[in-house]
Design a protein around this ligand. Structure first.
Ligand SMILES: *[C@@H]1O[C@H](CO)[C@@H](O)[C@H](O)[C@H]1NC(C)=O
Length: 207
């Protein structure tokens, strides 16, 4: 009898053990490197786990492209799961310039249109393909990659990152959109100083 009571109480204790299934973001609190603090499970609703990326972003800009984030700040149910999402829109001639995400691999799923996408490996091998709707391409963590509209109509894609904080460094901005002196940019990239000055002018760099 005692043994049965012991087993029952153990079972009860285990069923109440607090397995943390999720940590829906409390957006009223500050984000930390580990994400947002959680709201209490009793306050969690299904809408916290649903987010719409159905609306095209505004592509009227220098790259004719838009990235609409679905990160924890927009999509609280993602908090703590090590994932983030985004929508990519490319007008005709639109381009996401060569860039890296230091903290995440990326999966891109083409929704509409044609997108030429590629990445360059550490061994400088190039992997590039024109993708059509329904195709998916993966970009390994940290490698330089790009996407460009390959068709005559608008293109759209959905992307998922293997981290809540993929990070972003855009190559041209790193080289030409800051105050690193032209002579240093030129000396360290082997580019002509006149070209460096021109690109600094276009991208808002100084020096
Ligand atoms: C898109 O962005 C441009 C440039 O910022 C702006 O002039 C235009 O009103 C925006 N269009 C919409 C629909 O928001």
């Amino acid at each position: 009898m005692l043994r049965i009571i012991f087993l029952l109480s153990l079972l009860f204790a285990l069923s109440n053990a607090s397995v943390q299934d999720f940590c829906v973001a409390n957006l009223k609190r500050a984000e930390t490197p580990a994400g947002y603090p959680c709201i209490r499970p009793i306050h969690v609703k299904v809408k916290d786990f649903v987010f719409s990326l159905g609306t095209p972003g505004n592509t009227t800009n220098i790259i004719s492209a838009a990235v609409t984030p679905g990160f924890s700040a927009q999509f609280p149910g993602l908090n703590g799961l090590g994932l983030s999402t985004a929508r990519l829109d490319l007008a005709p001639k639109g381009v996401i310039p060569m860039h890296t995400h230091p903290g995440a691999s990326e999966v891109l799923f083409v929704l509409d249109g044609y997108i030429t996408a590629g990445f360059v490996s550490s061994a400088n091998s190039v992997y590039v393909q024109t993708l059509k709707p329904g195709q998916v391409m993966v970009f390994p963590q940290g490698l330089l990659h790009f996407q460009i509209n390959a068709g005559k109509s608008a293109a759209a894609a959905f992307v998922t990152f293997s981290s809540a904080s993929p990070g972003l460094q855009i190559l041209d901005f790193a080289l030409f959109a800051n105050s690193l002196p032209t002579e240093l940019v030129s000396a360290t990239t082997f580019l002509d100083p006149a070209l460096v000055k021109k690109l600094k002018g276009v991208l808002g760099g100084t020096g």
